[in-house]
Design a protein around this ligand. Structure first.
Ligand SMILES: C[S@@+](CC[C@H](N)C(=O)[O-])C[C@H]1O[C@@H](n2cnc3c(N)ncnc32)[C@H](O)[C@@H]1O
Length: 260
């Protein structure tokens, strides 16, 4: 398995990922223009618990979800015309020009060293005239207002170390369009939105979700900064979110291009 920041094998991570996205909203908002044809064959790279692909499968002919972690397979999700393939995205086990739409959400930021190769593979297996779409966060975990200075420095220096270890890229969103151009996907469509927008009083649901995120990356963060600092991060970050005078934010990039 490639290097990965979050605890890959915990059931809690599966549940957190599944809860983090509303598949109907995601498909309507980002994929619908490209899956208007019932006969489409679609590929989801780094599909995680598979909830997005399951929604796509209702609207097209066939979907394949690829994930490096076989623990993501769930027979209740991957059924009928939705199949799970366990593979590393850097080398996809499919022939050239196979799929009408190849998309990936929130994978590249976790595999910065493999991002270009993964996009190249997505491009290879996409049909001519088909679409490649990638969605990633930008300024992830690094934009805070009114955070205690000591905590902010700890977070920023840890993120720096994660970047050096190639475990995480906080600015993957803004790196996508240049990667598309490098592959010859000229004039990619770029959509930029606010993603995290924790300002003032945030809901208990958001607090619980953010706590799960920190918990699920705790083991790897503790390996880098030690357990004491990792605990300080976890506690301090949640307190920061609860502070009505604080904010934390990030952007979302969705980049797509048609294979010529
Ligand atoms: C943050 S999750 C995103 C899941 C899903 N795309 C979503 O948006 O909810 C990233 C997923 O990518 C998978 N992954 C990590 N490295 C991978 C690789 N090299 N090839 C394929 N999948 C990988 C992980 O196992 C995890 O399920």
């Amino acid at each position: 398995m490639s290097k990965y920041l979050l605890n890959q094998n915990s059931a809690a991570e599966n549940i957190r990922l599944a809860k983090k996205v509303d598949p109907i909203v995601f498909v309507d908002r980002y994929l619908a223009p490209y899956i208007d044809d019932q006969s489409s064959f679609v590929l989801d790279i780094g599909c995680g618990p598979g909830v997005i692909g399951a929604e796509v499968a209702k609207r097209v002919n066939e979907v394949i979800g690829v994930d490096i972690n076989e623990a993501r397979y769930n027979a209740n999700i991957f059924k009928d015309d939705y199949h799970f393939v366990c593979s590393n995205s850097k080398e996809l086990p499919f022939k050239d020009n196979t799929f009408d739409l190849v998309y990936s959400r929130f994978l590249f930021q976790h595999i910065p060293a493999l991002a270009k190769q993964t996009l190249k593979e997505m491009h290879r297996v996409c049909k001519q005239g088909g679409v490649i779409l990638v969605q990633e966060i930008d300024q992830n975990m690094i934009k805070h207002h009114n955070m205690e200075k000591k905590l902010e420095n700890l977070i920023l220096s840890t993120v720096d170390q994660l970047i050096k270890l190639e475990l995480f890229e906080p600015n993957m969103g803004s790196k996508l369009a240049p990667m598309f151009s490098e592959l010859g996907l000229e004039n990619p469509n770029i959509r930029q939105e606010i993603y995290h927008n924790f300002f003032g009083q945030v809901s208990s649901e958001i607090i619980a979700r953010e706590l799960k995120k920190v918990e699920n990356s705790f083991v790897n963060i503790a390996k880098i900064v030690g357990e004491e600092k990792a605990n300080y991060w976890k506690k301090g970050y949640i307190e920061h979110l609860k502070n009505p005078n604080s904010s934390t934010w990030s952007h979302l990039y969705t980049v797509s291009g048609r294979k010529q």
